[in-house]
Design a protein around this ligand. Structure first.
Ligand code: ADP
Ligand code: PAZ
Length: 333
């Protein structure tokens, strides 16, 4: 019941401003790292130390502590949600007298380039596979739905890769509709970070897994407004759960530059690599190139398109400069 002796919390002037940082009226419950980490010690775990060590191998710098204290409770929270959605489906079927089959439980993982989306998504995939109700977990990345470079060049938007207009949004939406309509087999195109382009003829086939993780920069983007002013569908309309990986933009920028410098001796050394010419640059030149790609493409995209979608997530992981999650925000239910 409402306590009339308490003054009502101030109403923010613009509710769309930033629901995540608004402490007066937030749809999120905030859990500090310590509170969140404690969950892991209190819950039953389908993992042994060897499993956790193998999981760590998925991210070159991912710490064992991070796996145990952050991603383990997150995987349990997700498995609770998967189980609850199965129960809801059964109850709905009983009410309607229908026998609709299960469709994959879809989890979106959003955030900036280089914030750690793929590491998070791969760790969650491996962890969810170990929970008894979700043995089949598949992962797709939205880069497969980027337009090929030839199309981006033709449209003069090669320097906008990752911006909403660089994707074939219609194909991505069709993919989501097919997954959520329970199709036996759904196909996604594949992008290569080596050639920096769509791989002609290559496809990833998704066959009704228990869980599908959809990772990408713009997965929480709002629907596009049609010419007649009405709103269409968005990818996130098909999500059962979503995670936004968050950190300060200047830290993400430095992670991007670090990764770029690391790739010079690895992937860029491959003669097929689009960035092969950067393999021979001096450290200072390579650093300058990474900075300019960040400052002209990924930084503005983060600011203009990605970060504004943070409040649409069900759960936000906030990282410090060492990639450690310091705070978890979970949408109240
Ligand atoms: N939890 C983590 N702990 C330590 N390093 C991480 C973590 N997550 C990501 N990284 C590092 O940060 C960089 C970007 O991560 P990545 O998962 O490739 O990002 P994205 O998929 O968002 O572009 C990589 O160099 C990766 O090794
Ligand atoms: C391929 C990406 C757009 C990410 O796509 P996503 O899987 O998030 O849809 C991004 O990693 C990228 O290459 N951006 C272009 C600028 C750059 O070279 O970093």
């Amino acid at each position: 019941m409402k306590d009339s002796t308490q003054p009502a919390p101030p109403v923010p002037e613009d509710l769309e401003d930033d629901p995540v940082s608004d402490h007066h009226r937030s749809p999120f419950v905030e859990l500090e790292r310590q509170t969140w980490a404690r969950l892991a010690t209190e819950m039953a775990q389908p993992f042994d130390q060897g499993d956790v060590e193998r999981l760590r191998g998925l991210g070159e710098h991912l710490s064992l502590r991070e796996v145990a204290e952050v991603y383990l409770p997150l995987s349990r929270l997700l498995s609770i949600n998967v189980e609850a959605s199965g129960a809801l489906r059964s109850a709905t079927n009983a009410f309607l007298g229908e026998r609709t089959g299960r469709t994959p439980y879809v989890i979106g993982v959003a955030g900036s380039v280089a914030v750690g989306k793929s590491t998070t998504a791969r760790v969650l995939q491996e962890m969810l596979r170990r929970w008894p109700t979700t043995p089949r977990v598949e992962l797709i990345t939205t880069d497969g739905f980027l337009h090929p470079n030839a199309v981006l060049q033709e449209r003069g938007i090669m320097a906008r890769k990752g911006f909403p207009e660089s994707y074939d949004r219609r194909a991505l939406l069709r993919f989501m509709v097919d997954v959520k309509s329970g199709a036996q087999e759904v196909r996604a195109p594949v992008y290569s970070h080596i050639t920096y382009d769509i791989v002609p003829g290559e496809e990833q086939v998704v066959r009704r897994p228990d869980v599908l993780i959809v990772e990408g920069l713009n997965v929480l983007a709002p629907p596009v407004t049609r010419a007649d002013g009405t709103a269409g569908l968005s990818v996130s309309d098909f999500f059962d759960f979503s995670v936004y990986v968050d950190a300060r933009a200047d830290w993400i920028r430095s992670w991007y530059i670090e990764r770029f410098m690391g790739l010079r001796s690895g992937a860029f050394a491959d003669p097929r690599s689009y960035f092969h010419r950067y393999a021979t640059l001096s450290d200072a030149e390579a650093q300058g190139t990474a900075e300019s790609i960040w400052d002209s493409i990924n930084g503005p995209n983060l600011q203009q398109n990605v970060q504004p979608t943070r409040g649409r997530a069900r759960l936000v992981l906030t990282k410090n400069a060492q990639h450690e999650v310091t705070r978890v925000l979970l949408r109240k239910v």
